[in-house]
Design a protein around this ligand. Structure first.
Ligand SMILES: [Zn+2]
Length: 298
């Protein structure tokens, strides 16, 4: 049985938003037991906090977005992954704009700040969402499934006809593999897609400082890749961040092929819509998270 965790200290960061191109302030505050991860837009007056839950996902194109109307926060996945990597259950995140800053396109800047703050062990037990049977999903050439396991595992494969990609595979088992080796992997895109994304008003803050950009034959970044398999590592990173939107620690083994935010979200939804796919274990009696209310209503 493990206990819940939060940050030891508040952390302040500032960086450019990938899509708006604007400087955005970010504050990660410690929070009490059972608070979960919640985002508040500090640039809007009296904005309601948005719980980091799959139920609040409103867009999965290029990034994961939470919230509706004006009260939304986009590109939450790399920060969520860093929180997951350090086992942070409870944190209040204040964001001074519509997206979490992109920084270098990886989770490394968040990891650095979490390490600087330190992690605080809390009083209450940490409930776990235990996968009890296989759930699968297929969207065009992408597929994904989850099976029971006593730990959180991600096995990811990608396949692109590109000299720097080809077939790549990577397994991440929480507690066995170093999260740091995943955290440093940057997001990536193809140079040929950049113009169309800019035409759509996206990636105004995009540059070679915040992504790996692939040309038809190589990589435009002068320093090249951080790892030969940086792309599949980043796929694993995105998955860790997106699956944290379950709102609980997960025990299950995920297999993902060419997956993206849409696949992660749809798979999580498919798991959680049927109570026979999972059980929640290890919660204190006083603990009542939204997902547990849902589970109890079956
Ligand atoms: Zn990403």
């Amino acid at each position: 049985m493990s206990l819940q965790h939060t940050m030891k200290k508040t952390v302040l960061m500032e960086g450019v938003g990938l899509h708006t191109g604007m400087p955005i302030k970010l504050e990660i505050r410690p929070a009490q037991d059972n608070f979960g991860i919640q985002f508040t837009r500090s640039d809007l007056t009296k904005a309601q906090p948005i719980r980091a839950s799959y139920e609040n996902v409103t867009n999965t194109r290029l990034a994961t977005t939470l919230g509706t109307g004006k009260n939304f926060v986009s590109t939450v996945e790399h920060l969520m992954a860093a929180l997951a990597g350090f086992g942070i259950d409870n944190a209040h995140i204040l964001v001074g704009g519509p997206e979490v800053p992109i920084f270098d396109g990886s989770s490394a800047p968040f990891v650095e700040q979490i390490k600087r703050s330190g992690v605080e062990t809390q009083q209450m037990n940490r409930p776990t969402l235990v996968i009890t049977r296989r759930v699968e999903l297929k969207i065009a050439e992408k597929w994904a499934y989850v099976e029971p396991s006593n730990q959180f595992e991600i096995h990811s494969t990608i396949e692109w006809d590109h000299p720097m990609v080809g077939f790549q595979e990577l397994s991440y088992i929480e507690g066995k593999n170093s999260f740091d080796e995943i955290a440093r992997a940057r997001t990536f895109c193809f140079a040929r897609d950049i113009e169309s994304m800019k035409t759509l008003g996206l990636i105004r803050g995009g540059s070679l400082d915040c992504a790996v950009v692939l040309s038809e034959t190589g990589c435009l970044n002068s320093d090249g890749l951080r790892y030969n398999d940086e792309l599949v590592r980043h796929k694993v990173l995105d998955a860790i961040g997106d699956f944290k939107l379950a709102g609980l620690q997960i025990a299950g083994s995920f297999r993902l092929h060419r997956s993206g935010h849409d696949v992660h979200y749809q798979l999580l939804k498919a798991i959680l819509k049927d109570r026979r796919n999972y059980e929640i274990v290890g919660a204190d009696q006083a603990t009542e998270l939204p997902l547990m209310r849902l589970a109890a209503s079956y």
